[in-house]
Each structure stands twice: as structure tokens, then as C-alpha cells.
Design a protein around this ligand. Structure first.
Ligand code: ADP
Ligand code: ZN
Length: 631
């Protein structure tokens, strides 16, 4: 059918019907329904939703309903294959075209496009923009164009892709085809650029809340980061997949090796490893269950594994933007997940020093200063973390959320004026040349060789801080650096000087309130279970937990047999629901969210056998049946 032949516009009821039949989901989430309605009516849409918000459905579903091909532009080549495999398992006729394909395969797909044998085609921007490919599209009935990761058009962002600037041409070449641009990047500048550069002037704007309610935010005072991580993994995330971020390659290698020694399947990932090792480790993370990747921030973009159960920052992140993006990789499937950070004096010092020593101009420095203050403010807050985080992105959130460490472990403040005076005076009297360790020794009155050598044991400040313990002094110093009352030397080794406002404190003209760091943040309450099943199975009853385990084992076999990641077969949330419901027949199984017609036909019998307590027969393949006839 030519694209502009009159045909009744499919409505939302038809869309909901398809949602149930193909995806097995009950209803739309958030703004999905409105976005889909706009596209079905022939309009354009600009969609901002957080990671895990359900963006893909916004274009996949209307692409199936509208006559013609749904074209998806995506910069993430590594991801296309998984997305296409997942769609095929749903019975959708999907394919991708990128540089990884052999010429013969690419030709075959182009023929499929021309002959209307595809519902969805994923393509990299550089290929899309070739005159040859644009020509091919002009001979094709197009139903919809989706531009994923649309923030890549922004020259100010981290992910700028020059080819994205060329995508505006689609507006001229295909004026009648509805276009949708999607991103998880929220800021106003990016939004404007998307609208301008992608020529989406008339597009409806759909901006979701950027809250991720299933993420629990936890920031703990750093004592021994590795030991704290291990305790966190053992108490809350046994057997879970997750990402541990570290700042340096060396720290990545050491942490990964150490976790392996502790019996955790961990792999390192950073730009210093050769490409083959990197892709092997990424593949293990995606395909195996319960793998922990220890990585620099080089890892993550384009990872859309839905069942990442935790993201841990053992070093402080670069900015709140970075933190939000990195932690956002946890819990895409909507099940509980944790964003964990250890943060201490050394982190604050290195962040402040970095800023002071950077060669940037004044204007840039001011912006960076503001960003750093926001990040430190988040770390040091005694208020609900979610409120602070969303507030930074301009979203008013009525806290407290009840799902962050400051909400579940009420954090007190104390009058730290006298402590601050003691600390600042120790800095002043030792000549503003020493780092945190020595200052704490002086405050506590520890007669170390260095203290004696420098005559610091004779100072009036020597030992004035013996009323507080070492951990508290480190906390005091950390907070003084965080608020700028102490300032690290730009090029020293963590030496601290008095910062602006310090003299007012010393003269007693300014009070200082400090946060009382809790001894330990109580872990998320997870019932003790015999198995190492992680957070996804938390609070399942004994029998249901056993079924969940059995289903997980079956899923691993089925996924291996088909060469796809486990979550492509079924998500954890779907397995959980199956384990709880214990369906006795296909009808009952079909009511589980995430079980659509194609998967029911392919896996239904096997799942029922596993649930009934028997072993499923060899994960045999029911064949690839497509649900849709060519339009
Ligand atoms: P995003 O691209 O915005 O990060 P995805 O499209 O990957 O998010 O969706 C996140 C998860 O939510 C996926 O596991 C998806 O299957 C699921 N999902 C999306 N829409 C719905 C819905 N209406 N009902 C149930 N689950 C949904
Ligand atoms: Zn909270």
C-alpha cells in the first residue's frame, strides 16, 4: 500500500490490543499511550523519558500498526543485534543494517525492505545518510521514523555524533512520515537542539518525570571501599549482575581481581584493555547471569541489559549528571535495584583539587564549581537524596521517598562549630601544609615521628580533639572541604589550606552544622534465604523462590540454545510473576505480564513443565513464526 493511500487511522484501542498480544503487557506506562496516539494520528513527537521508562515501545508499537516500514536510527551498533533478536522472539519482522554485516546479508535485507517484508529496520546514521540508502527509502513505503538517543545531536553533550546533524534531511525527504526523537537526557539546551537540528518544530513534547522509583540510593562514608563493597554485595546482592565504577584503570584491575579472589564473577573493563578482551567481558556481562563488571566510565553507553541489579561507585562520580546516567543503568526492568556509593575525604580533596588546578577560563570554572558543589551537596545531604537529585534537574519532588539511605536511616546533624574551630586551627598552626592524616594525628594528640620532628606535639592544638574519634575527625575534615572552609592545595599531595569563610568560623562569627555519618547504613531488608538468589527474588515465598530458581536455570539453557541473552527470553520480572502465579495451563500463563502470543507458543509448554516441578525437555525451538502478514 502506498504510504499516503487513505486508510482508517488505527486507534489506541487497537494499540492496546497489540500491546497485549505481542508484548503480553496489560497497559501502557506513563506517557506511552499519549506518544503512541500522536504518532498514529500522523504527528511528530519529542520524547524525554528516563532510562527504563519504556521508550522503545513508543515507536515499536506504532511501527507495527502503521502501514509501511518503521525505520529506527540508532548510534549503538553493538546493541542493534540484541534488540532485533528480542523483537523477532516477539514475532516481529525486524532487521538491522550496519557495518558488521557481510555485503550479501545487507543486500538481502535491502531487498526485504523494498519488498515490504519488514516491520522494523534499525540502521546506523552514517549508513542512513548515504545517497544510495536514502534513494532506497524513497522507493519504500515508510510508516514511521524513530531517532533514538537523539541527544547525540547536541554538540555540548558527551555523546555528540556529527552524523546526527544530518538527520534533519529526513524532514524534507519524507514530509508525510511521522517522526519521533527519543532520549534519556533531560536538560533544556539538549531539548532545544533536538527540536531545531532534527527539524521537529511542530512535534508534540512528552517529558516524563525523571524519577526512578525502584532505585534505592545509598551513599556511605568511605572507610575501606572494597570491604564495604563486598559487604554490600554479600548482604544485598548475592548472585546479582551489577556494575562497579572506579576512577582509574589500575583501580579497576585491582578491584576486579580482588572480587574474583572473593569468589565473585567479576570482569574488568576499561579503555586500556584490547578490543577483544573488552568485547569478551561485555558479552559475558550481557549473556551470563550474575556477572559483575568493574569499569571506568568507558563502560555503559548502550548497555541496555534490563536486569542490572546494582551500580556501585567506589570513587566519587564526575558530576551529578554522570551519576544519574551511570546509576540509571540499574533496574531498567522496574524491579528493585541499588545505586551504591562510597565517598570520603580523599574523594573530596581530589575533586576540589582537580577543579583548582584545571587550566579552564573563569566562566567554565564557575560552571564547574557549581556542578561540583551540587555533587558534594548530594553526597553530604541529610535530606532525602531523591529530592536533592531530582531538584538538581529542575524537578520538584515531594519527599521523603522512603527509598534512600537518608530516608530509611534518619541522619542527624550536630553543632560542629567547636570541632570546626579545632580543625581549622590545627591547619593554621601547622602552616597549612599537611593532609588529612597528619591533621587527625595532631588533633588526637598522637605522638608520631612526624609530629615530633616538626614540633607539632608542642602546639596548643596538639590533642585538643581527643573528645572525638578518628572516624569523626575524618568526617569533620571531609565536610569542611566539601563546604569550602578547607581548600586543598592545587598541586600538593592533599595538603589543606584555610578556605574562604574559615576566619569567620575561627573568630566565632559563623556556626557550622555537620552531618553525623551513621556507623553503617542498614541493608535493604532481604529475608535470609538459603540460595544466593539476588534482589529480583527478594521476598518470594520459599516455594515461589524455588520455582524462580528453576525457571532461571531453564531460561539460561534456552538462551544458550538460541544464542541470545537470558533477558531476551523472559525478563526477571516475568519469571518472578510466573513463579508466584504457578500457572497450571497455557491460559493462566498467558496472563503473566511479558508473555505475548509468540513466546507463549514457543516456550509455554516448557515453562509449564518447569513450574510443575519437572525438568523441561531439551529447550527445543518452536521455530520462528511471524505474527504479522506483510502489509
Ligand atoms: P528505555 O528505552 O526507556 O530505557 P525500555 O524501552 O528498554 O526503556 O523499557 C524498559 C523496560 O520496561 C523493558 O523491560 C520493557 O519491556 C518494559 N516495558 C515497557 N513498556 C512496558 C509496559 N507498558 N508494561 C510493562 N513493561 C513495559
Ligand atoms: Zn529519600
Amino acid at each position: 500500500m502506498p504510504p499516503d493511500a487513505p486508510s482508517p487511522a488505527p486507534d489506541l484501542a487497537a494499540a492496546r490490543d497489540l500491546l497485549r498480544r505481542v508484548w503480553g503487557y496489560d497497559d501502557f506506562r506513563g506517557l506511552q499511550g499519549e506518544v503512541i496516539g500522536t504518532l498514529l494520528a500522523g504527528g511528530d513527537a519529542l520524547v524525554l523519558m528516563p532510562t527504563g521508562g519504556g521508550k522503545s515501545l513508543c515507536y515499536q508499537l506504532p511501527a507495527l500498526l502503521r502501514p509501511g516500514l518503521g525505520l529506527v536510527v540508532s548510534p549503538l551498533i553493538a546493541l542493534m543485534q540484541d534488540q532485533v533478536e528480542a523483537l523477532r522472539l516477539l514475532g516481529v519482522r525486524a532487521a538491522f543494517l550496519n557495518s558488521t554485516l557481510e555485503a550479501a546479508e545487507a543486500n538481502r535485507i535491502e531487498r526485504d525492505v523494498l519488498e515490504g517484508r519488514l516491520d522494523l529496520l534499525y540502521v546506523a546514521p552514517e549508513r542512513l545518510l548515504t545517497p544510495r540508502f536514502l534513494g532506497l527509502l524513497e522507493r519504500t513505503a515508510l510508516g514511521l521514523i524513530a531517532i533514538d538517543e537523539a541527544h547525540c545531536v547536541s554538540q555540548w553533550g558527551h555523546d555528540f555524533r556529527p552524523e546526527y546533524l544530518g538527520l534533519g534531511v529526513l524532514a524534507e525527504r519524507f514530509p508525510r512520515v511521522p517522526r519521533i526523537a527519543l532520549t534519556a537526557t533531560a536538560d533544556e539546551v539538549t531539548r532545544r537542539e533536538m527540536r531545531d537540528k532534527l527539524r521537529l518544530e511542530g512535534a508534540g513534547s512528552f517529558v516524563a518525570s525523571f524519577d526512578r522509583p525502584n532505585l534505592r540510593y545509598v551513599v556511605v562514608d568511605k572507610e575501606d571501599a572494597r570491604a564495604q563493597l563486598l559487604r554490600f554485595l554479600r548482604t544485598e546482592h548475592g548472585g546479582d549482575a551489577g556494575i562497579v565504577y572506579r576512577q582509574s584503570r589500575r583501580a579497576v584491575d585491582q578491584t576486579a581481581a580482588w572480587l574474583v579472589e572473593q569468589g565473585i564473577s567479576a570482569v574488568p573493563y576499561h579503555a586500556g584493555l584490547d578490543a577483544e578482551t573488552r568485547s569478551h567481558h561485555q558479552r559475558r556481562f550481557l549473556r551470563e547471569e550474575g556477572v559483575v563488571v568493574v569499569a571506568t566510565i568507558a563502560f555503559g553507553m548502550g548497555i541496555d541489559k534490563p536486569d542490572v541489579r546494582f551500580v556501585a561507585h567506589l570513587d566519587v562520580p564526575r558530576s551529578l549528571e554522570g551519576y544519574y546516567q551511570e546509576t540509571g543503568r540499574a533496574g531498567r526492568d522496574g524491579l528493585p535495584a541499588t545505586a551504591f556509593m562510597t565517598y570520603g575525604l580523599a574523594d573530596v580533596i581530589s575533586m576540589r583539587r582537580l577543579l583548582a588546578s584545571g587550566g579552564a577560563g573563569d566562566e567554565v570554572k564557575r560552571v564547574e564549581q557549581r556542578k561540583l558543589d551540587a555533587l558534594l551537596g548530594y553526597c553530604e545531604t541529610v535530606a532525602c537524596r531523591r529530592q536533592v537529585l531530582l531538584g538538581y534537574f529542575g524537578e520538584a519532588y515531594e519527599g521523603p521517598c522512603g527509598n534512600c539511605d537518608t530516608c530509611t536511616n534518619q541522619v542527624d546533624t550536630w553543632d560542629g562549630t567547636v570541632a570546626a574551630q579545632k580543625a581549622l586551627s590545627a591547619v593554621a598552626r601547622t602552616g597549612q601544609r599537611y593532609g588529612g592524616g597528619h591533621l587527625v594525628d595532631v588533633l588526637l594528640g598522637k605522638s608520631t615521628p612526624r609530629a615530633r620532628e616538626r614540633g607539632h606535639d608542642k602546639l596548643p592544638t596538639f590533642g585538643v580533639g581527643s573528645d572525638l574519634d578518628e572516624r569523626t575527625w575524618r568526617s569533620v575534615l571531609r565536610q569542611l572541604v566539601a563546604t569550602g572552609l578547607l581548600q586543598p592545595d592545587a598541586d600538593g599531595y592533599g595538603a589543606l589550606r584555610l578556605g574562604a569563610g574559615a576566619s569567620a568560623v575561627l573568630r566565632g562569627e559563623r556556626d557550622v552544622r555537620l552531618r553525623r555519618d551513621p556507623e553503617r547504613v542498614a541493608p535493604r531488608r532481604v529475608k535470609a534465604r538459603p540460595s544466593a538468589t539476588g534482589l529480583a527474588a527478594a521476598d518470594l515465598s520459599g516455594e515461589a523462590a524455588a520455582r524462580f530458581e528453576a525457571l532461571r536455570a531453564w531460561r539460561a539453557t534456552a538462551a544458550r540454545a538460541q544464542g541470545v541473552p537470558a533477558y531476551v527470553v523472559f525478563h526477571d520480572a516475568t519469571l518472578r510473576a510466573m513463579a508466584e502465579l504457578a500457572p497450571a495451563d497455557l491460559d493462566a500463563l498467558s496472563t503473566v505480564s511479558g508473555v505475548g502470543a509468540a513466546k507463549l507458543a514457543r516456550y509455554g509448554a516448557q515453562v509449564l513443565a518447569v513450574v510443575a516441578g519437572g525438568a523441561a525437555d531439551e529447550a527445543e525451538d518452536g521455530g520462528e513464526g511471524f505474527l504479522f502478514d506483510p502489509v
